[in-house]
Design a protein around this ligand. Sequence first.
Ligand code: ATP
Length: 299
Amino acid sequence: MIHLTNVTKTFDRFQAVRGVNMAVQKGRIYGLLGSNGAGKTTLLKMMAGIIRPDHGTVLIDGEEVWENPEIKRRILFLPDHVYFFPQTTIEQMAAFYESVYPSFHRERFTRLQELFLLDPRKKIHQFSKGMQRQAAFWLAFSTMPDVLVMDEPLDGLDAVVRQKVKNIIIQEVAEREMTVVISSHNLREMEDLCDCIGILHEGEMLFEKELDAMKTDIHKIQVAFRNGIPKQFTEQLDIVYEEQRGSVLLLIVRGEKQEIVSYIKPFQPLIFDILPLTLEEIFIYEMGDVGYAIENIIV
Ligand SMILES: Nc1ncnc2c1ncn2[C@@H]1O[C@H](COP(=O)(O)OP(=O)(O)OP(=O)(O)O)[C@@H](O)[C@H]1O
């Protein structure tokens, strides 16, 4: 669905995005993580056709996004600072969206009022910041885009609204295969929402992986043996991290769970636990290899 190939963007000789390749399949939710200044906004704006890459291609369904009105009608970009025309109401903004996006769904707009509980006839600038963000979501979800690109959209929303918004995103993806790209500083926030995570660092894509595969491929193991650790025990294991705590050996091991269990059982351990890792733990171990400070993306 979305394909970025070798995308680069330079501002005044500063390379904000460098040779990024990225693919998002239809009906998936892609979480773009990275610290301040990593290049997330720049990348998302190129994806939405708002700024033009210096090099590389940004394609949606095989077509260049830049200056392509047909494609742009199918994409909705929710910026980190939401913008509305001065002195307008939500109702007036809805009429504008309706005139621009053929997919705008009037009935859905009316139905969503029950969720957002905002007065559509009130001037938007009179709402609080969080309420204005809610208004932007209300309009975005009423537009029913094929591709929803969002720049740190959950910042400034209270916990109840965050959950409502997440639920609508998940529902839209499940029901009509909307494709979502969402940027965030916060790994924990993305954990229950995204299918795939990419980490952007200093303009480059440092790491990209499917969450399910990530969770099933790595395990925390605690083992202890009656007469110490057998000599060849760790030889056949793909060990990411190893620590001895008294007589207990703690291992972080890559591999298929059943295969690991079948390998360890014949050594007849006295204690043997195999546990899943939290996403945060997986990142700490995986990113340790490339020297990325995970604290940057856990707020
Ligand atoms: N219009 C511009 N002119 C000059 N430099 C820019 C421009 N837009 C972005 N940059 C620079 O490009 C880099 C990446 O910025 P970008 O806004 O894409 O990062 P980000 O990952 O979204 O950061 P944050 O999480 O802080 O919002 C930064 O160093 C920024 O100063």
